[in-house]
Write a protein of this length. Structure first.
Length: 178
């Protein structure tokens, strides 16, 4: 890790504000509050890609000692779980892309075969319209696989990488001033 990590600062009244109050899980497995998660992720997106990240939580009320020591583990656990989910979404998208590509290629080949058949059985305007229509429909069927492999995968990958960085970030608790 570099000497000077990029810092995200969160100021709260008490530590409980950082976590979802409706989550019945033990403290170290609890989900972050939705607003806190959004705040941390939005700030992390603005930081340089290669830099380490440090989360500084400043509190107005001192937390119980057990919670203070478990904070970093709880935050890392949360982002580790989110990174795992995003990785699974990425893998699912790639699997859907492979399936779509196979279906699209088979459909395109079928359309080409039918267009060749149409031109073999007839000549003239109607045969040309059928041939060109089948060619266009075949290429349109390739739209979704191309969209997945050209555009849809990289935002998921970037989000996954960001969540992995957040899962490794150092978390510092700043207790209230005495």
């Amino acid at each position: 890790m570099p000497e000077n990590p990029s810092r995200i600062e969160v100021r709260l009244r008490e530590l409980a504000q950082l976590f979802n109050s409706m989550d019945p899980s033990p403290f170290n497995e609890r989900d972050l509050d939705g607003d806190a998660e959004e705040f941390i992720i939005s700030w992390a997106r603005e930081l340089p890609v290669g830099s380490a990240i440090e989360l500084t939580v400043q509190l107005a009320v001192a937390p119980p000692p057990a919670r203070a020591t478990a904070l970093e583990g709880a935050v890392r656990h949360f982002f580790t779980e989110r990174a795992l989910i995003k990785h699974l979404e990425f893998r699912q998208l790639m699997r859907r892309g492979r399936q779509s590509l196979l279906i699209g290629l088979l459909f395109l080949a079928g359309c080409f075969a039918l267009s060749q058949l149409a031109s073999a059985f007839g000549h003239g305007t109607a045969a040309d319209v059928v041939k060109e229509s089948l060619t266009i429909v075949g290429w349109v069927a390739m739209w979704r696989p191309l969209e997945i492999y050209l555009y849809d995968w990289w935002p998921l990958r970037d989000e996954w990488r960001l969540l992995e960085r957040l899962a490794k970030m150092k978390v510092t608790l700043v207790p209230p001033a005495a």
